[in-house]
Unconditional design. Structure first.
Length: 246
């Protein structure tokens, strides 16, 4: 394995941020034991991913693997081979050069909404971040083959969110901060929809004009989407880490 002083500084930054993302997702209780994965593009044909079997709270930059788009581990070691992670992330990075980070999650709220025929409804401000911004993928068991990964990339198309029916979600971003921003808002949008539907009362939905106006405003409110929130989560993470070390 290469020593850290031989790794480009950009890679160190990406690894550090990805490790922080794992820790933040764990802090927010959005992980699923060892069953989901986050990644960050490393360079032209590689990405960083956690070793299969570790909980998100255990991830540090030093533990991250470097994996090629075709699923070969180039740096790091893993006790259990994880084709699901490799095929999912590699295919999307290959198809979408603009994407720098990919989060695969399956929280109960997101899975519940993914299983609804209507999908995500524009019934909250959180949900309006995603108006006409989501594509859907039909369930096809575990992603273990290149063809399944290619289908995910095809179904994602030009969007950044892919709701995987009966399974979970793929959340992508041009930065890791953007992916985390979408994660936060999607989780709350899905949670709100589950609560609203549980009341078994008629729903009020904004007009198409309002939805279109809202999504444009919400996604262009800040120049660097998600940066401000990311910095706040990192501060919270550091504070939590400092408390635990005392």
């Amino acid at each position: 394995m290469s020593s850290s002083h031989n790794i480009p500084s950009g890679h160190l930054t990406a690894k550090t941020q990805l490790a922080q993302a794992y820790q933040i997702i764990a802090m927010l209780n959005l992980d699923d034991h060892t069953y989901t994965h986050l990644s960050h593009r490393a360079c032209e044909q590689t990405f960083f991913l956690q070793p299969f079997g570790l909980k998100f709270s255990e991830i540090t930059a030093e533990k991250l693997l470097t994996v090629s788009f075709d699923g070969k581990i180039l740096e790091g070691t893993e006790a259990i081979y994880n084709p699901t992670g490799y095929q999912t992330h590699g295919a999307i990075y290959q198809a979408r050069p603009d994407i720098q980070a990919i989060f695969h999650l399956h929280t109960p709220n997101i899975v519940a909404v993914s299983a609804l025929e209507c999908g995500l409804l524009p019934i909250s401000q959180w949900a309006l971040h995603f108006y006409d911004q989501i594509h859907y993928h039909d369930y096809d068991a575990l992603v273990t083959s290149a063809s399944q990964g290619e289908q995910l990339a095809q179904d994602l198309g030009d969007k950044f969110i892919l709701l995987m029916r009966n399974h979970g979600v793929l959340i992508t971003g041009r930065t890791i901060q953007e992916a985390m921003f979408y994660t936060h808002h999607l989780e709350l949008a899905c949670k709100t929809q589950c609560l609203a539907l549980s009341m078994q009362q008629p729903l009020i939905t904004p007009s198409q004009h309002t939805c279109e106006k809202s999504v444009n405003t919400l996604l262009n409110f800040e120049k660097d989407l998600g940066k401000r929130d990311w910095q706040a989560w990192v501060r919270q993470l550091e504070k939590q880490t400092n408390k635990s070390s005392i």
